[in-house]
Design a protein around this ligand. Structure first.
Ligand code: UD1
Ligand code: CA
Length: 452
């Protein structure tokens, strides 16, 4: 079965009060619209047509590998689907319709839903859910025998209808040609003056077609996000699910309530995550690590047996056995080699640190290639920037950099070289040499301070 999908994402999202289009707001670190697209693809969709309008350029930029259709004016969900009519002129069979603001849909639910539709002789099937609080959703009105009758929008519902807690999840399967035939007949005579997609179901039913209503087992998966309060609620549900998945796969999470792990992050077995930790973007963490408390890793690659606490690291790599923190800032382009010890107010940018080197306190290392077994004294700074350009520093294996050294780049320190504390190094230091570059101390034996 080849399944085509239309995803509605043109609305302004007025209730978000945001400059960003609603569907680009993130749940679990990923735009809501991307969640919906990914669920559709995973459920077997072979083509996704996304209807965009408000903030169309921003949406196009943020979302790859889909087809876009422009809905010039946002006149309602029915009108939005109609904008895609041309794109489906050749299509036959079933089209799946989703909204870009239901980020918790799972591929499993969509698979079960489309299969139920395919196995029936319905012209359309709508996904429904029992919502503990149905406010804002379209209500499902059924006949006394339980068959689907119509959907009434919250704003058009009477008091009795408002009490119904079975809602329209905004997910539909349609026979594609019947859908576009009936869409032309949808009017906008309602409280919002909009062309409602759910009205198609009534039009088809009135024409004698069978309409299915398939109820989701878990209402959470169909939550629609219209406000920032609902966004936060969806994010919380998503994060809990992600934490549970990781725990089930062998990761210890000490406090799931204060652990925020993004959609794409991966963590290996027997790693322990301590509280107040953020694992963001495409971060991968190996096995047997101890991460946190208070870690923020963004797009990081972390090996096995790494210990890290109280630090922020982004777009960098930490190899096996590293001890990191407290208070380390790793910036993009950095690789921290195996068994390095780094911590206590250290910043490293665009540098490679060789195996077993030590950067134990108060260093700035930028644009540097450091060998293995190097000891970097407290307070060492690479002076990599002259106000216009950046220059690199190289430090050989087993070099010893005394405390408070300034390495004025470009400069090379050879293997086994030794630098006296307090030196400002402006010239290369050859292999195994000792460099001292500081004023000699003068002691004056008898010192008559005239102020005394
Ligand atoms: C819609 C349904 C409601 C359902 C709920 C589920 C209608 C009329 N109502 O209500 O029955 O319970 O979703 O979450 O369909 N959009 C466009 N163009 C438009 C208007 C909207 O593309 O002109 C898009 C929005 O970007 C959004 C989706 O359609 O992704 C749903 O629109 P929204 O305004 O959020 O509808 P709801 O009021 O939530
Ligand atoms: Ca909505």
């Amino acid at each position: 079965m080849s399944l085509e999908t239309i995803i509605l994402a043109a609305g302004k999202g007025t209730r978000m009060r945001s400059k960003l289009p609603k569907v680009l707001h993130k749940v679990g670190g990923k735009p809501m619209l991307q969640h919906v697209i990914d669920a559709a693809k995973k459920a077997g969709s072979s083509r996704e047509v996304v209807v965009i309008g408000s903030g169309a350029d921003l949406v196009k930029k943020a979302i790859p590998n889909v087809e876009f259709v422009l809905q010039e004016e946002q006149l309602g969900t029915g009108h939005a689907v109609l904008s895609a009519k041309e794109n489906f002129a050749e299509s036959k069979g079933t089209v799946l319709i989703l909204c870009g603001d239901t980020p918790l849909l799972t591929s499993n639910l969509l698979k079960n839903f489309t299969t139920a539709h395919e196995d029936s002789d319905c012209a359309a099937t709508v996904l429904t859910a029992k919502m503990p609080d149905a406010t804002g959703y379209g209500r499902i009105i059924r006949d006394t025998d339980g068959t689907f009758k119509k959907i009434v929008e919250d704003k058009d519902a009477n008091e009795l209808e408002k009490k119904i807690n079975e809602v329209n999840a905004g997910v539909y399967c349609f026979d594609v040609q019947k859908l576009f035939g009936a869409l032309e007949k949808v009017g906008n005579d309602n409280s919002q003056g909009e062309y409602y997609l759910p009205d198609v179901l009534t039009i088809l039913a009135d024409a004698g077609e069978k309409i299915g209503a398939f109820r989701a087992d878990y209402a959470d998966e169909t939550l629609g996000i219209n406000s920032r309060v609902q966004l936060a609620a969806a994010d919380r549900i998503f994060r809990m699910k992600k934490n549970h998945e990781l725990m089930d796969s062998g990761v210890t999470i000490i406090d799931p309530n204060t652990t925020f792990i993004d959609y794409d992050a991966k963590i290996g077995q027997d790693t322990i995550i301590y509280p107040n930790t953020y694992i963001e973007g495409k971060t991968t963490i190996g096995e047997d690590c101890s991460i946190g408390p208070n870690i923020r890793f963004t797009d990081m690659k972390v090996g096995n047996k790494v210990t890290a606490q109280f630090s922020y690291c982004h777009e960098a790599e930490i190899c096996d056995g590293v001890t990191l923190g407290p208070y380390v800032h790793l910036r993009p382009g950095t690789t921290i080699g195996e068994n390095v010890k780094i911590g206590n107010f250290v910043e490293v940018k665009n540098s490679n640190i060789g195996e077993g080197s030590k950067l134990p306190h108060l260093q700035y290392i930028g644009d540097t290639d450091m060998g293995s077994g190097v000891n970097v004294g407290c307070g060492t700074t690479t002076c990599n920037y002259d106000g216009k350009q950046k220059f690199r520093t190289t430090i050989g294996d087993n070099a010893f950099i005394g405390c408070n050294t300034n390495l004025v780049a470009p400069v090379n320190v050879g293997d086994g070289a030794y630098i006296g504390a307090g030196s400002t190094i402006t010239k290369d230091v050859p292999k195994d040499n000792l460099a001292i570059a500081r004023a000699r101390q003068t002691n004056i034996e008898v010192w008559n301070d005239k102020r005394k």
